[in-house]
Design a protein around this ligand. Structure first.
Ligand code: DSN
Length: 414
Protein backbone atom coordinates (compact mmCIF):
# COMPACT_ATOMS: atom_id res chain seq x y z
CA UNK A 1 0.00 0.00 0.00
CA UNK A 2 2.89 2.35 -0.69
CA UNK A 3 0.84 4.56 -3.05
CA UNK A 4 -1.91 4.98 -0.50
CA UNK A 5 0.61 5.75 2.22
CA UNK A 6 2.12 8.52 0.10
CA UNK A 7 -1.09 9.90 -1.42
CA UNK A 8 -3.37 9.80 1.58
CA UNK A 9 -1.58 9.17 4.86
CA UNK A 10 -4.79 9.93 6.74
CA UNK A 11 -6.77 7.05 5.20
CA UNK A 12 -3.65 4.87 5.30
CA UNK A 13 -3.31 5.54 9.03
CA UNK A 14 -6.90 4.53 9.68
CA UNK A 15 -6.37 1.33 7.68
CA UNK A 16 -3.27 0.52 9.71
CA UNK A 17 -5.26 0.84 12.93
CA UNK A 18 -7.99 -1.41 11.55
CA UNK A 19 -5.33 -3.94 10.52
CA UNK A 20 -4.08 -4.08 14.10
CA UNK A 21 -7.63 -4.37 15.43
CA UNK A 22 -8.40 -7.28 13.10
CA UNK A 23 -5.12 -9.06 13.86
CA UNK A 24 -5.06 -8.64 17.64
CA UNK A 25 -8.72 -9.24 18.45
CA UNK A 26 -11.10 -12.17 18.59
CA UNK A 27 -13.71 -11.71 15.86
CA UNK A 28 -17.00 -13.34 16.79
CA UNK A 29 -19.54 -11.48 14.65
CA UNK A 30 -21.09 -14.43 12.78
CA UNK A 31 -21.61 -12.53 9.53
CA UNK A 32 -17.95 -11.47 9.33
CA UNK A 33 -14.96 -13.36 8.05
CA UNK A 34 -11.45 -12.82 6.70
CA UNK A 35 -11.28 -12.99 2.90
CA UNK A 36 -8.17 -14.51 1.33
CA UNK A 37 -5.43 -12.31 -0.08
CA UNK A 38 -6.42 -13.47 -3.58
CA UNK A 39 -10.01 -12.32 -3.02
CA UNK A 40 -8.78 -8.95 -1.74
CA UNK A 41 -6.43 -8.54 -4.71
CA UNK A 42 -9.29 -9.15 -7.14
CA UNK A 43 -11.52 -6.75 -5.18
CA UNK A 44 -8.88 -4.06 -5.47
CA UNK A 45 -8.18 -4.81 -9.15
CA UNK A 46 -8.45 -2.72 -12.33
CA UNK A 47 -11.95 -4.08 -12.97
CA UNK A 48 -13.05 -1.26 -10.67
CA UNK A 49 -12.53 1.02 -13.70
CA UNK A 50 -15.10 -0.70 -15.94
CA UNK A 51 -18.82 -0.29 -16.62
CA UNK A 52 -20.71 -3.28 -18.00
CA UNK A 53 -24.49 -2.95 -17.90
CA UNK A 54 -26.07 -6.11 -19.25
CA UNK A 55 -24.91 -9.72 -19.08
CA UNK A 56 -22.07 -11.71 -20.71
CA UNK A 57 -22.47 -11.51 -24.51
CA UNK A 58 -25.21 -8.87 -24.23
CA UNK A 59 -23.81 -5.57 -22.97
CA UNK A 60 -24.63 -1.95 -23.57
CA UNK A 61 -21.05 -0.57 -23.67
CA UNK A 62 -17.91 -1.67 -25.53
CA UNK A 63 -14.71 -3.19 -24.20
CA UNK A 64 -16.39 -6.14 -22.48
CA UNK A 65 -14.25 -9.05 -23.63
CA UNK A 66 -12.52 -9.48 -20.26
CA UNK A 67 -15.49 -8.62 -18.06
CA UNK A 68 -17.52 -11.24 -19.95
CA UNK A 69 -14.86 -13.83 -19.24
CA UNK A 70 -14.71 -13.12 -15.52
CA UNK A 71 -18.49 -12.87 -15.03
CA UNK A 72 -19.07 -16.13 -16.92
CA UNK A 73 -16.38 -17.79 -14.84
CA UNK A 74 -18.06 -16.61 -11.61
CA UNK A 75 -21.42 -17.91 -12.88
CA UNK A 76 -20.03 -21.29 -13.93
CA UNK A 77 -18.20 -21.79 -10.65
CA UNK A 78 -21.25 -20.81 -8.59
CA UNK A 79 -23.43 -23.22 -10.57
CA UNK A 80 -20.99 -26.03 -9.89
CA UNK A 81 -20.58 -25.11 -6.22
CA UNK A 82 -24.28 -25.01 -5.41
CA UNK A 83 -25.66 -27.37 -8.12
CA UNK A 84 -28.19 -24.84 -9.42
CA UNK A 85 -29.64 -24.13 -12.87
CA UNK A 86 -29.05 -20.40 -13.04
CA UNK A 87 -26.98 -17.79 -11.21
CA UNK A 88 -26.95 -14.01 -11.29
CA UNK A 89 -23.71 -12.76 -9.70
CA UNK A 90 -24.43 -9.03 -10.04
CA UNK A 91 -26.35 -8.08 -6.84
CA UNK A 92 -24.43 -5.50 -4.85
CA UNK A 93 -25.35 -7.04 -1.52
CA UNK A 94 -27.92 -9.18 0.27
CA UNK A 95 -30.68 -6.58 0.60
CA UNK A 96 -30.66 -5.61 -3.11
CA UNK A 97 -30.60 -9.32 -3.99
CA UNK A 98 -33.72 -9.96 -1.93
CA UNK A 99 -35.38 -6.84 -3.31
CA UNK A 100 -34.69 -8.02 -6.86
CA UNK A 101 -36.20 -11.45 -6.13
CA UNK A 102 -39.42 -9.94 -4.79
CA UNK A 103 -39.51 -7.45 -7.66
CA UNK A 104 -38.94 -10.20 -10.23
CA UNK A 105 -41.26 -12.90 -8.92
CA UNK A 106 -44.05 -11.03 -7.07
CA UNK A 107 -46.49 -8.18 -7.57
CA UNK A 108 -46.53 -5.33 -5.06
CA UNK A 109 -48.96 -6.19 -2.27
CA UNK A 110 -48.56 -9.97 -2.63
CA UNK A 111 -48.61 -12.01 0.57
CA UNK A 112 -45.25 -13.41 1.67
CA UNK A 113 -44.23 -15.22 4.85
CA UNK A 114 -40.96 -14.37 6.63
CA UNK A 115 -39.44 -14.92 10.07
CA UNK A 116 -39.88 -12.03 12.53
CA UNK A 117 -36.77 -9.88 13.02
CA UNK A 118 -36.48 -10.55 16.75
CA UNK A 119 -36.80 -14.29 16.11
CA UNK A 120 -33.82 -14.24 13.74
CA UNK A 121 -35.22 -12.96 10.44
CA UNK A 122 -33.66 -10.19 8.37
CA UNK A 123 -34.95 -6.67 7.81
CA UNK A 124 -35.69 -7.60 4.17
CA UNK A 125 -37.89 -10.49 5.32
CA UNK A 126 -40.80 -8.16 6.00
CA UNK A 127 -39.82 -5.70 8.72
CA UNK A 128 -42.72 -3.22 8.57
CA UNK A 129 -40.44 -0.16 8.24
CA UNK A 130 -38.29 -1.70 5.46
CA UNK A 131 -39.10 -1.64 1.72
CA UNK A 132 -40.09 -5.31 2.08
CA UNK A 133 -42.74 -4.66 4.72
CA UNK A 134 -43.99 -1.58 2.92
CA UNK A 135 -44.22 -3.11 -0.56
CA UNK A 136 -45.51 -6.60 0.20
CA UNK A 137 -48.02 -8.06 2.63
CA UNK A 138 -45.55 -9.93 4.85
CA UNK A 139 -47.13 -12.31 7.33
CA UNK A 140 -44.61 -13.13 10.07
CA UNK A 141 -43.88 -16.50 11.58
CA UNK A 142 -41.80 -17.20 14.67
CA UNK A 143 -39.93 -19.75 16.73
CA UNK A 144 -41.42 -21.70 19.62
CA UNK A 145 -41.25 -19.77 22.90
CA UNK A 146 -40.03 -22.73 24.95
CA UNK A 147 -37.52 -24.28 22.55
CA UNK A 148 -36.40 -21.32 20.43
CA UNK A 149 -36.79 -23.63 17.43
CA UNK A 150 -38.96 -23.18 14.34
CA UNK A 151 -42.33 -24.87 14.81
CA UNK A 152 -43.07 -26.29 11.37
CA UNK A 153 -46.66 -27.25 12.30
CA UNK A 154 -47.42 -23.67 13.30
CA UNK A 155 -45.74 -22.36 10.15
CA UNK A 156 -47.92 -24.70 8.08
CA UNK A 157 -51.03 -23.47 9.91
CA UNK A 158 -50.16 -19.83 9.15
CA UNK A 159 -49.48 -20.71 5.51
CA UNK A 160 -52.80 -22.55 5.13
CA UNK A 161 -54.55 -19.50 6.52
CA UNK A 162 -52.81 -16.67 4.65
CA UNK A 163 -52.06 -18.54 1.38
CA UNK A 164 -48.79 -16.75 0.64
CA UNK A 165 -47.39 -16.34 -2.85
CA UNK A 166 -43.91 -16.96 -1.40
CA UNK A 167 -42.39 -18.29 1.81
CA UNK A 168 -38.96 -17.00 2.79
CA UNK A 169 -36.67 -19.06 5.00
CA UNK A 170 -32.97 -18.65 5.82
CA UNK A 171 -32.02 -16.36 8.70
CA UNK A 172 -29.52 -14.02 10.33
CA UNK A 173 -29.79 -15.16 13.94
CA UNK A 174 -31.04 -18.73 13.98
CA UNK A 175 -28.58 -21.24 15.46
CA UNK A 176 -30.25 -24.42 14.27
CA UNK A 177 -30.52 -26.38 11.03
CA UNK A 178 -33.28 -25.38 8.64
CA UNK A 179 -35.55 -28.16 7.40
CA UNK A 180 -35.73 -27.06 3.78
CA UNK A 181 -37.73 -30.17 2.77
CA UNK A 182 -40.44 -29.31 5.33
CA UNK A 183 -40.61 -25.73 4.02
CA UNK A 184 -40.85 -26.95 0.45
CA UNK A 185 -43.68 -29.32 1.32
CA UNK A 186 -45.65 -26.44 2.91
CA UNK A 187 -44.96 -24.29 -0.16
CA UNK A 188 -46.27 -27.05 -2.42
CA UNK A 189 -49.36 -27.53 -0.30
CA UNK A 190 -50.34 -23.85 -0.49
CA UNK A 191 -48.95 -23.13 -3.98
CA UNK A 192 -46.23 -20.74 -2.79
CA UNK A 193 -42.80 -20.07 -4.25
CA UNK A 194 -39.99 -21.35 -2.01
CA UNK A 195 -37.24 -18.82 -1.33
CA UNK A 196 -34.18 -19.35 0.86
CA UNK A 197 -31.87 -16.54 1.93
CA UNK A 198 -28.81 -18.58 2.87
CA UNK A 199 -26.45 -15.64 3.42
CA UNK A 200 -25.28 -16.90 6.79
CA UNK A 201 -24.89 -20.56 5.94
CA UNK A 202 -23.81 -20.43 2.27
CA UNK A 203 -20.29 -21.57 3.13
CA UNK A 204 -21.66 -24.42 5.21
CA UNK A 205 -23.87 -25.51 2.32
CA UNK A 206 -20.98 -25.21 -0.15
CA UNK A 207 -18.78 -27.32 2.11
CA UNK A 208 -21.49 -29.89 2.87
CA UNK A 209 -21.89 -29.00 6.56
CA UNK A 210 -25.53 -27.94 6.14
CA UNK A 211 -28.19 -29.36 3.84
CA UNK A 212 -28.90 -27.40 0.67
CA UNK A 213 -32.23 -26.05 -0.58
CA UNK A 214 -30.96 -26.16 -4.19
CA UNK A 215 -32.77 -29.28 -5.34
CA UNK A 216 -36.26 -28.07 -4.44
CA UNK A 217 -36.33 -24.33 -4.00
CA UNK A 218 -37.39 -21.83 -6.66
CA UNK A 219 -34.89 -19.20 -5.65
CA UNK A 220 -31.95 -18.81 -3.30
CA UNK A 221 -30.13 -15.63 -2.38
CA UNK A 222 -26.88 -15.27 -0.54
CA UNK A 223 -24.27 -12.72 0.29
CA UNK A 224 -20.78 -13.82 -0.68
CA UNK A 225 -18.75 -12.51 2.25
CA UNK A 226 -19.90 -14.47 5.28
CA UNK A 227 -19.17 -18.19 5.71
CA UNK A 228 -18.40 -18.23 1.97
CA UNK A 229 -15.31 -16.01 2.52
CA UNK A 230 -15.72 -13.95 -0.65
CA UNK A 231 -15.92 -10.21 -1.28
CA UNK A 232 -18.75 -7.97 -0.06
CA UNK A 233 -21.58 -8.77 -2.46
CA UNK A 234 -24.36 -11.20 -3.22
CA UNK A 235 -25.87 -13.50 -5.82
CA UNK A 236 -29.19 -15.03 -6.75
CA UNK A 237 -29.59 -18.68 -7.75
CA UNK A 238 -32.80 -20.03 -9.25
CA UNK A 239 -34.56 -22.66 -11.28
CA UNK A 240 -34.33 -22.05 -15.01
CA UNK A 241 -38.00 -21.08 -15.32
CA UNK A 242 -37.29 -18.01 -13.15
CA UNK A 243 -33.99 -17.07 -14.80
CA UNK A 244 -35.36 -14.42 -17.15
CA UNK A 245 -37.44 -12.69 -14.48
CA UNK A 246 -34.54 -12.69 -12.02
CA UNK A 247 -32.03 -11.31 -14.52
CA UNK A 248 -34.42 -8.58 -15.64
CA UNK A 249 -35.17 -7.69 -12.03
CA UNK A 250 -31.48 -7.25 -11.18
CA UNK A 251 -30.72 -5.29 -14.34
CA UNK A 252 -32.37 -3.03 -15.36
CA UNK A 253 -35.00 -3.53 -12.63
CA UNK A 254 -32.94 -2.71 -9.60
CA UNK A 255 -29.35 -2.02 -10.51
CA UNK A 256 -27.21 -0.29 -13.10
CA UNK A 257 -23.67 -1.44 -13.82
CA UNK A 258 -22.39 -4.41 -11.84
CA UNK A 259 -19.23 -4.01 -9.79
CA UNK A 260 -16.85 -6.00 -12.00
CA UNK A 261 -14.00 -5.97 -9.48
CA UNK A 262 -16.35 -7.65 -7.01
CA UNK A 263 -17.49 -10.10 -9.68
CA UNK A 264 -13.84 -11.08 -10.24
CA UNK A 265 -13.40 -11.57 -6.50
CA UNK A 266 -16.58 -13.68 -6.37
CA UNK A 267 -15.08 -15.93 -9.07
CA UNK A 268 -11.93 -16.30 -6.95
CA UNK A 269 -13.91 -17.09 -3.80
CA UNK A 270 -16.07 -19.69 -5.57
CA UNK A 271 -12.87 -21.26 -6.92
CA UNK A 272 -11.53 -21.47 -3.36
CA UNK A 273 -14.78 -22.95 -2.07
CA UNK A 274 -14.66 -25.63 -4.77
CA UNK A 275 -11.36 -26.94 -3.38
CA UNK A 276 -11.56 -30.07 -1.19
CA UNK A 277 -10.12 -28.25 1.85
CA UNK A 278 -13.21 -26.03 1.99
CA UNK A 279 -15.18 -29.10 3.15
CA UNK A 280 -12.85 -29.37 6.17
CA UNK A 281 -13.12 -25.63 6.77
CA UNK A 282 -16.92 -25.62 6.86
CA UNK A 283 -17.03 -28.73 9.07
CA UNK A 284 -14.55 -27.07 11.46
CA UNK A 285 -16.72 -23.93 11.68
CA UNK A 286 -19.54 -26.08 13.05
CA UNK A 287 -17.27 -28.10 15.37
CA UNK A 288 -15.90 -24.84 16.72
CA UNK A 289 -19.35 -23.39 17.29
CA UNK A 290 -20.42 -26.53 19.16
CA UNK A 291 -17.29 -26.43 21.34
CA UNK A 292 -17.82 -22.73 22.09
CA UNK A 293 -21.50 -23.34 22.89
CA UNK A 294 -20.74 -26.24 25.18
CA UNK A 295 -18.23 -24.25 27.24
CA UNK A 296 -20.51 -21.21 27.38
CA UNK A 297 -23.25 -23.48 28.70
CA UNK A 298 -20.84 -24.70 31.39
CA UNK A 299 -20.28 -21.06 32.34
CA UNK A 300 -24.03 -20.62 32.84
CA UNK A 301 -24.78 -18.61 29.70
CA UNK A 302 -28.38 -18.94 28.48
CA UNK A 303 -28.11 -20.05 24.86
CA UNK A 304 -31.24 -19.63 22.75
CA UNK A 305 -32.36 -23.17 21.74
CA UNK A 306 -29.71 -24.53 24.12
CA UNK A 307 -26.88 -24.68 21.59
CA UNK A 308 -26.10 -24.62 17.90
CA UNK A 309 -26.06 -26.73 14.73
CA UNK A 310 -24.32 -24.17 12.58
CA UNK A 311 -21.78 -21.33 12.89
CA UNK A 312 -23.86 -19.13 15.18
CA UNK A 313 -24.74 -18.79 18.85
CA UNK A 314 -27.38 -16.50 20.32
CA UNK A 315 -27.19 -15.73 24.04
CA UNK A 316 -29.88 -14.19 26.21
CA UNK A 317 -27.87 -12.14 28.73
CA UNK A 318 -30.79 -11.59 31.10
CA UNK A 319 -29.65 -14.21 33.64
CA UNK A 320 -26.23 -12.51 33.76
CA UNK A 321 -27.94 -9.31 34.86
CA UNK A 322 -27.00 -7.18 31.89
CA UNK A 323 -28.43 -6.36 28.45
CA UNK A 324 -26.61 -7.19 25.21
CA UNK A 325 -25.28 -3.66 24.74
CA UNK A 326 -23.33 -3.67 28.01
CA UNK A 327 -22.00 -7.15 27.25
CA UNK A 328 -20.90 -6.09 23.76
CA UNK A 329 -19.14 -3.02 25.13
CA UNK A 330 -17.32 -4.91 27.89
CA UNK A 331 -16.19 -7.59 25.43
CA UNK A 332 -15.02 -4.87 23.03
CA UNK A 333 -12.83 -3.44 25.80
CA UNK A 334 -11.21 -6.87 26.10
CA UNK A 335 -10.57 -7.21 22.35
CA UNK A 336 -13.49 -9.58 21.73
CA UNK A 337 -15.91 -8.40 19.04
CA UNK A 338 -19.51 -9.59 18.90
CA UNK A 339 -22.84 -7.88 18.31
CA UNK A 340 -25.76 -7.12 20.55
CA UNK A 341 -28.86 -8.84 19.21
CA UNK A 342 -32.51 -9.35 19.98
CA UNK A 343 -33.58 -12.75 21.24
CA UNK A 344 -36.96 -14.33 20.43
CA UNK A 345 -39.83 -12.57 22.25
CA UNK A 346 -37.37 -9.87 23.34
CA UNK A 347 -39.05 -7.29 25.60
CA UNK A 348 -36.24 -4.83 24.74
CA UNK A 349 -35.56 -2.88 21.53
CA UNK A 350 -33.19 -3.84 18.67
CA UNK A 351 -30.81 -1.02 19.66
CA UNK A 352 -30.74 -2.10 23.30
CA UNK A 353 -31.65 -5.78 23.12
CA UNK A 354 -31.37 -8.62 25.61
CA UNK A 355 -28.82 -10.71 23.79
CA UNK A 356 -25.55 -11.04 21.98
CA UNK A 357 -24.78 -13.01 18.82
CA UNK A 358 -21.55 -14.92 18.21
CA UNK A 359 -20.11 -16.97 15.38
CA UNK A 360 -17.02 -18.97 14.52
CA UNK A 361 -16.31 -18.38 10.78
CA UNK A 362 -13.57 -15.77 11.27
CA UNK A 363 -11.72 -17.62 14.04
CA UNK A 364 -11.92 -20.83 12.02
CA UNK A 365 -10.34 -19.02 9.08
CA UNK A 366 -7.41 -18.16 11.39
CA UNK A 367 -6.96 -21.87 12.08
CA UNK A 368 -8.38 -21.94 15.59
CA UNK A 369 -9.94 -25.19 16.74
CA UNK A 370 -11.96 -26.54 19.69
CA UNK A 371 -9.25 -25.88 22.33
CA UNK A 372 -9.11 -22.23 21.38
CA UNK A 373 -12.92 -22.01 21.42
CA UNK A 374 -12.91 -23.17 25.03
CA UNK A 375 -10.36 -20.44 25.83
CA UNK A 376 -12.57 -17.87 24.10
CA UNK A 377 -15.55 -18.97 26.22
CA UNK A 378 -13.40 -18.68 29.36
CA UNK A 379 -12.33 -15.15 28.34
CA UNK A 380 -15.95 -14.20 27.77
CA UNK A 381 -17.11 -15.56 31.12
CA UNK A 382 -14.36 -13.70 32.90
CA UNK A 383 -15.14 -10.42 31.08
CA UNK A 384 -18.85 -10.64 31.85
CA UNK A 385 -18.22 -11.51 35.48
CA UNK A 386 -15.95 -8.50 36.07
CA UNK A 387 -17.29 -6.19 33.37
CA UNK A 388 -16.88 -3.06 35.48
CA UNK A 389 -13.22 -3.71 36.30
CA UNK A 390 -11.31 -1.92 33.52
CA UNK A 391 -7.93 -3.27 34.67
CA UNK A 392 -9.29 -6.77 34.39
CA UNK A 393 -10.63 -6.11 30.87
CA UNK A 394 -7.22 -4.74 29.89
CA UNK A 395 -5.52 -7.86 31.25
CA UNK A 396 -7.86 -10.10 29.22
CA UNK A 397 -7.16 -7.96 26.15
CA UNK A 398 -3.48 -8.82 26.52
CA UNK A 399 -4.28 -12.53 26.81
CA UNK A 400 -6.54 -12.28 23.76
CA UNK A 401 -3.69 -10.70 21.81
CA UNK A 402 -1.29 -13.46 22.88
CA UNK A 403 -3.73 -16.13 21.73
CA UNK A 404 -4.25 -14.36 18.38
CA UNK A 405 -0.50 -14.15 17.71
CA UNK A 406 -0.39 -17.87 16.94
CA UNK A 407 -3.18 -17.60 14.35
CA UNK A 408 -2.38 -15.11 11.59
CA UNK A 409 -5.12 -13.39 9.60
CA UNK A 410 -4.83 -13.88 5.80
CA UNK A 411 -3.12 -10.85 4.30
CA UNK A 412 -1.92 -9.43 7.62
CA UNK A 413 1.75 -9.88 8.39
CA UNK A 414 2.43 -9.61 12.12
N1 DSN B 1 -25.77 -7.61 8.68
C1 DSN B 1 -25.91 -9.02 8.43
C2 DSN B 1 -25.69 -9.82 9.67
O1 DSN B 1 -24.90 -9.38 10.47
O2 DSN B 1 -26.24 -10.89 9.81
C3 DSN B 1 -27.23 -9.36 7.83
O3 DSN B 1 -27.51 -8.50 6.83
Amino acid sequence: MTSLQQTDPEVYGILQKETVRQADGIELIPSENYASEAVMEATGSIFTNKYSEGYPGKRYYGGQENVDLVEQLAIDRAKELFSVDHVNVQPYSGSPANAAVYFGLLEYGDTVMGLKLDHGGHITHGLPISFSGKSYNFVPYGVDKETGILDMDKIREIALECKPKMIVCGYTAYPRKIDFKAFKSICDEVGALAMADVAHIAGLIAGGAHESPAEDFDVITTTTHKTLRGPRGAMIMCKKEHAKNIDRAVFPGFQGGPHDNTTAAKAVAFGEALKPEFKDYSAQIVKNAKALAERLNEHGFDLVSGGTDNHLILIDMTNKGMPGKIAQEALDEAGITCNKNTVPFDPRSPFDPSGIRLGTPALTTRGMKEDEMRKVADFMASVIEKHEDLDHLKKIKGEVKDLCKGFPVPGIKT
